[in-house]
Design a protein around this ligand. Sequence first.
Ligand SMILES: C[S@@+](CC[C@H](N)C(=O)[O-])C[C@H]1O[C@@H](n2cnc3c(N)ncnc32)[C@H](O)[C@@H]1O
Length: 367
Amino acid sequence: MRNLNCYAVVVPGLEGIAADELRELAAHDVQMGDGGIAFTTTMDGLFRINLRSRCITRVMVRLASSKALTFPELYHQVRKIGWQGYLAEDVCIEAKASCHRSKLLHSGRAEQAVLDGIAASDNVSVKESGEIVQQVMLRIDDNTCTVSIDTSGERLDRRGYRKFSGLAPVRETIAASVLRWMQWAPDQPLLAPMCGSGTFAIEAALIAGKKAPGLKHDFPFVRWPSLKQKRWQRAQDKVESMNSDIRPQIFASDLAAGLLDQAQENAKLAGVFECIDFAQLDARQLIIPEGVDKTGLIVCNPPYGDRVKGDVTSLYKQLGKQFKQHFQGWKVAVIVPDRDCEKALGLSVKKRLKVKHGGKWVNVISV
Ligand SMILES: C[S@@+](CC[C@H](N)C(=O)[O-])C[C@H]1O[C@@H](n2cnc3c(N)ncnc32)[C@H](O)[C@@H]1O
């Protein structure tokens, strides 16, 4: 099967974790960059990655890459790409360009050259507007124009279960990546105090159940005329057959009753409500739940004090004390917004992960 040159977009900071996941799934020749990972795979690999990756935001396939110094040159290069394999009749194209250190710096004109080139290519009829959108990305860097087609559609972190969320929810991909980074396994108890919309607990339950996050996702490649339907069906059947009915010990809690209700609704939508024990609880009084007889992982995203108001350093201090006193031998991962909160926690940091969350860099610390 033909090898595809692909590029996965990831939340900045998650590159290393996502690259490992991609390698496990189907990626070769993996090369990490800032906020993205280049790799090669087959079409079957691409199906698997889109269906099963928990850590990446989207995947694109690179269709062509060459120098262009004028818009007509760019137009001709785009026109030569075999678009008939990718574009169905009812699809409308959205072109997105980013231009850096090049002669062609006007992204609007570059996007128009892409649209014109596609419209003029053989055996393709493009709709001006419509509901079904296929994104085509152009990146111009040092005068090299790389044209890619999107394979993921809606961002992959939008799993579809989070209809309700409180303040500062972590992206599903960040939650899944932190669990991976902490090497959490479903046979370990997981405590998610301050769970907000329940993202950590729900992602853990999905991991334990080996539920493919992309199974209900609407992927644009299902409309590609070149798609081999049988292979796609086989890929979906395979991931569905992997489902496991293992019952992990996952406990989610929050002080706010309203948020806890929302987390439970989200868990229902994700199909994992039965796998999580929910409780209204002050994290400062967190203790090992009844029935838990081995050490596990605590993972939490406490309030930051900016988006979520209040005096947070004293909260971090009390949390640190509680963890130290009641959770000997447990692994603990905390998202901290700044050094003051980290210091207030008062626990020694074993490793740290810097990640962009809500437009700002935060540290996830393992203590
Ligand atoms: C930043 S949000 C967590 C967001 C969550 N990770 C998500 O993805 O939705 C902080 C959460 O801590 C909760 N919280 C604040 N103080 C608390 C306390 N003392 N005990 C338990 N929960 C608390 C808030 O109700 C809020 O849901």
